[in-house]
Design a protein around this ligand. Structure first.
Ligand code: P1T
Length: 390
């Protein structure tokens, strides 16, 4: 049995309405307004093969089905899959490709994605990396490598580079290459790559989609039934399905996606502007600043600039570490997208698995810090950073 969505029945609604109502119909048996947590591994059958639509929770689970309905609705997709981590989604997509495929990947991506491609799948596929902000380079590499899949992160982690999804999608389409966009940094609230021509969108649910730093999860959305069927088959066959309880937590987190994202972006804009003027800061990367090289493309394809900021502290590692030790509201931790503000050192933490020469080329220097701006009072966050920098 598969749970294919035949149409996206929430398409006429706005994002806040979708994130609250999609997958959220009251329980037909009890009237419970919140979905039940179907914390069960298996489902009773009345005769072999005769059941109510569910057999075994690795294959399908009613709580996860509700989450997948909501995820499909907010990304304007017909189909969604929810799994146990962002990395398991990337793994499924790699397994879907024929052995020996050429895959093109952006040069600046989450360190774990870089590690998965370079240290796990490098014996199965051939990976090439390109600066996706340079369309001439993108076109050149697509023409020469004839890839089966293009992996695009925009904005990138951690350098917040912005790439033109529509133009890259057109290049991919012209050369029979699938485009997968990792939309984790934007959430569907600010950017919907399927509407810009992507074939697959994936997210680390762990971040903005759940929003409360209490679940690790991943998801993918697509309008292509053939891709959904292959990917669902692989999820069922390899087993990284999201648990009922975590699915329920994410459904709850999603209800506030729109208000959280608005506040993340408002706070981040103010903090980026403060950092850009700060005498202890060498450089600030935030797509909402007019001087960001991707600002115009960001305005075209995103409806907000998100909550992630990267900046370089003058003087390198020692002053950067001092900032990390002096902040009080910002917690030193990997991850992002929760209601609380986080700060981290990409070269030592999230991107340690990226080879040093590649980090240097990308600008992931010893003085580089990344913040995930939470939804606290922005004056408190500004004071906290200013104190730590001073
Ligand atoms: O951690 P997981 O849910 O498996 O998601 C991996 C992942 C995929 N894509 C992007 C853009 C990501 O940022 C991540 C995870 N990132 C962090 C843990 C981090 O601190 O950057």
């Amino acid at each position: 049995m598969t749970h294919l969505k035949k149409e996206n029945s929430y398409s006429q609604y706005g994002m806040a309405t979708k994130s609250i109502h999609a997958g959220g119909a009251p329980d037909p048996v009890t009237g419970s307004i919140m979905p039940a947590i179907h914390q069960t591994s298996t489902f009773v059958q009345s005769a072999p093969g005769e059941h109510l639509g569910y057999e075994y929770s690795r294959s399908h689970n009613p709580t996860r089905t509700r989450l997948e309905e909501c995820l499909a609705a907010i990304e304007s997709a017909d189909y969604a899959l929810a799994t146990s981590s962002g990395m398991s989604i990337t793994t499924l997509i790699m397994h879907m490709l024929p052995v020996g495929s050429n895959v093109i990947c952006g040069d600046d991506v989450y360190g774990g994605t870089n590690r998965l491609f370079n240290k796990v799948f490098q014996n199965i596929h051939h990976f090439s990396f390109v600066d996706t902000t340079q369309l001439n380079l993108v076109e050149e590499i697509i023409k020469s490598k004839k890839p089966k899949l293009f992996w695009l992160e925009t904005p990138t982690n951690p350098m917040l580079k912005i790439s033109d999804v529509q133009k890259i999608a057109a290049l991919c389409k012209a050369h029979d290459c699938l485009l997968c966009v990792d939309n984790t940094f934007m959430s569907p609230y600010f950017q919907r790559p399927l509407t810009l021509g992507a074939d697959i969108v994936m997210h680390s649910i762990t971040k903005y989609i759940n929003g409360h730093s209490d679940v690790v999860g991943g998801c993918l959305m697509t309008n292509r039934k053939d891709l959904y069927e292959k990917l669902w088959f692989l999820q069922n066959a390899t087993g990284p399905s999201q648990s009922p309880f975590d699915s329920w937590l994410v459904l709850r987190g999603l209800k506030t996606l729109s208000v959280r994202m608005e506040r993340h972006a408002q706070n981040a804009q103010k903090i980026a502007e403060m950092l850009a003027k700060h005498t202890k800061i060498e450089k600030v990367y935030y797509p909402g600043l007019p001087e960001h090289p991707g600002h115009e493309i960001a305005k075209k394809q995103m409806s907000g600039f998100g909550g992630m900021i990267t900046f370089v502290v003058k003087g390198g590692l020692t002053p950067a570490k001092q900032v990390l030790s002096k902040v009080k509201l910002f917690s030193l931790a990997e991850s992002l997208g929760g209601v609380e503000s986080l700060i981290e050192h990409p070269a030592i933490m999230t991107h340690a698995s990226v080879p040093a020469d590649q980090r240097a080329k990308l600008g992931i220097s010893d003085g580089l810090l990344r913040i995930s701006v939470g939804i606290e009072d922005v004056e408190d966050l500004i004071k906290d950073l200013d104190n730590a920098l001073s």
